[in-house]
Design a binder for this molecule. Sequence first.
Ligand code: IMP
Length: 181
Amino acid sequence: MDNKITVNGLKFVPYLTEDEIMVQVRRVAGEIRRDLEGKSPVFLCALNGAFVFAADLYREVGMTDSQIAFVRYASYEGTESTGCVRRMTGLPDNLEGRDVVIIEDIVDTGLTADKMINDVKALNPASVRFATLLHKPDSTKTGFKPDYVAFSIPPKFIIGYGLDLDGKARNLRAIYVISED
Ligand code: IMP
């Protein structure tokens, strides 16, 4: 695994390897495939952070009749949630009667997840499920529980595999956690 890295003056140490991530991505993909067998779901990737996870998960699910769309929400500045979630680009308007699977990189306070689910439900889908790469259950402000979780983690700041610090480090194949020292 790679060594320590520094981003914007903050130190990060290796946390999850590429292989460990892919094992859990495949497990979650299998659960989604089983739950949505015979349906034609729409996956909704939450930009920016979920783009790497969504690319792997969508291909691992492997349902050729499914579709993928992209929506952009923002709530973080630096390493802290602002508590204010904004939708930056719109939802597709053709979700009525569809089985929707939202794909998110990380559920922290749960505020973004709540807003996304409410926005999707307003479009009268047949069902809404929520898949996240990472879940910080101890940070919740809403009690929200995702349907699919690749990793439950403590409330520490993470980068890599799509997750950023002020837009940086999304390219890292492994996941890194902020260093305690
Ligand atoms: P929530 O609304 O507080 O649940 O935050 C969700 C969003 O905050 C995620 O989609 C990420 O963009 C961002 N976020 C939360 N925790 C982290 C982290 O540890 N690293 C990078 N981004 C994070």
